[in-house]
Design a protein around this ligand. Structure first.
Ligand code: 6PG
Length: 470
């Protein structure tokens, strides 16, 4: 008879699952894993060492009978149909009040559907975004759970123990009902796309216009990471730039094909922003750039037609200075857009999100962790109703100080044919958001002209229509 004393169950013993369950066991909880693949089961048993602390099986009944009630079962399986299949196979075997936690990057609307379905069967369902990759899963990820608050209490001690810590505070918090957790993780990934695009643009201009060597690039990102740009993505960029190639001479980064893949979370962020009517151009363009990158053959053909521009000489030291300022500025703008979307989603989907607490749990463990998030946390603590980070007094100074360098860099890039769409979109967003009057009056006039769509006036109340033209 199996020992029903394991505190935590995990289905899907791939890289993320194996690391996560070992993290749970390391923190003093008894954990049991399940996977159909016998080799993965054995690998975990071997790595876990003490079977009384971490065990695994490829038999679903042994797995379920090993868990204490209510069972806490986390799924770390690929998002999509597989999640539904696993749920269906578990359902007949579960008991009332058991808890299923989906730790994958599931689409939030799928989470809503699953939560409602499982509620009707007496099962609690949690969508919990887990960020930090394999290393994070093992050493401390940032966890973004959403679902029933009551059920969260059951998993809270485990999540708090395994999550990354920032100033001794765990990077996990109950975020809200239904799909709040998966939604927040989706926005995390949208921001991740934006920051990665911006970082790659800085690398590109420093390399191609500033003519920095890989060593100089490595040093630049390393020194930025020691300043206000301190962040996981800047840190790993500096490491990537110094990595030697195992298969050929030189640095590996120079041999990697410039086509970026995507699994969809960035695209979902953009699609949902359109649905909500929230502008996130720094994130949208990051998705588009992955799409443009995929058109390698066409890009090469077009390069032959239009030619390569030779960037005008630019002083390395001044380029480095303006690039640091521009990256800082555009990082802020990207977080601002993601947080704006979160605020609107919170209203639209009644998540009741606390943006300070979200920024707080992003300060360690996750891919977008950055020193900046501490300042963002403070800004939202000061004003829970903050409409946009651009309006937070502590950020006004940072943006005013750095925007001149952004203008210089965008001008240089545009003049010299260097694509910096993330940076220029961030600047345009800033300029548009801070323009009291935009030319959209003309768009209203055009709409009314051809479609009688009516318009409002600046000098009197009401809805107006004009018979334009002849
Ligand atoms: C994380 C990452 C993780 C994954 C991305 C990659 O937070 O740990 O975001 O979830 O690496 O989903 O996304 P793409 O394959 O779309 O770049």
């Amino acid at each position: 008879m199996p020992d029903s004393t394991y505190d935590f169950g995990l289905i899907g013993l791939g890289v993320m699952g194996r690391n996560f369950i070992l993290n749970v066991a390391n923190n003093g909880f008894k954990a049991f894993g399940y996977d159909l693949d016998h080799e993965k089961v054995n690998a975990l048993k071997k790595e876990g060492g003490d079977l009384a602390k971490v065990d695994a099986s490829d038999d679903i009944n042994i797995f379920l009978n090993s868990l204490s009630l209510p069972r806490k079962i986390m799924l770390l399986v690929p998002a999509g149909k597989i999640v539904d299949n696993v749920i269906e196979s578990l359902l007949p075997l579960l008991k009332k009040d058991d808890i299923i936690i989906d730790g994958g990057n599931s689409l939030f609307t799928d989470t809503d559907r699953r939560e409602a379905y499982l509620k009707s069967k007496g099962i609690h369902f949690f969508g919990a975004g887990v960020s930090g990759g394999a290393k994070g899963a093992r050493k401390g990820p940032s966890i973004m759970p959403g679902g029933s608050k009551e059920a969260y209490k059951e998993v809270q001690p485990i999540f708090e123990a395994v999550a990354a810590k920032f100033n001794n505070e765990p990077c996990v918090a109950y975020l809200g009902p239904k799909s709040a957790g998966n939604y927040v993780k989706m926005i995390h990934n949208g921001i991740e796309y934006g920051l990665m695009q911006l970082t790659s643009e800085m690398y590109f201009i420093l390399k191609n216009a500033g003519k920095l060597t890989n060593d100089e690039l490595h040093k630049a990102f390393d020194s930025w990471n020691r300043g206000r740009l301190q962040s996981f993505l800047v840190e790993i960029t500096s490491e990537v730039l110094s990595k030697e190639d195992d298969l050929a001479d030189g640095r590996l980064v120079d041999k990697i094909l410039d086509k970026a893949k995507q699994k969809g979370t960035g695209k979902w962020t953009s699609q949902n922003a359109m649905d909500l009517g929230i502008p996130i151009p720094s994130i949208d363009i990051a998705v588009s750039m992955r799409e443009i990158s995929a058109l390698k053959a066409e890009r090469l053909e077009a390069e032959n037609i239009y030619g390569k521009l030779q960037p005008a000489a630019i002083d390395k030291a001044s380029l480095l200075k303006i690039a640091e300022e521009a990256l800082y500025f555009s990082f802020i703008i990207t977080y601002a857009q993601g947080l704006h979307q979160l605020a609107e989603a919170s209203r639209e989907y009644q998540y009741g999100l606390n943006l300070a607490s979200i920024a707080k749990i992003w300060r360690a463990g996750c891919i977008i962790r950055a020193g900046l998030l501490d300042d963002i946390t403070e800004a939202y603590k000061e004003n829970r109703q903050l409409a946009n980070l651009l309006l937070a007094p502590s950020f006004v100074k940072k943006l005013k100080e750095t925007v001149p360098s952004v203008r210089t860099l965008v001008t240089y890039a545009a003049t010299n044919g260097i694509p910096m769409p993330g940076l220029s979109n961030s600047l345009t967003y800033f300029d548009a958001y801070s323009s009291g009057r935009l030319p959209l009056n003309l768009i209203q006039a055009q709409r009314d002209y051809f479609g009688s769509h009516t318009y409002e006036r600046t000098d009197r109340e009401g809805i107006f229509h004009t018979e334009w033209g002849e």
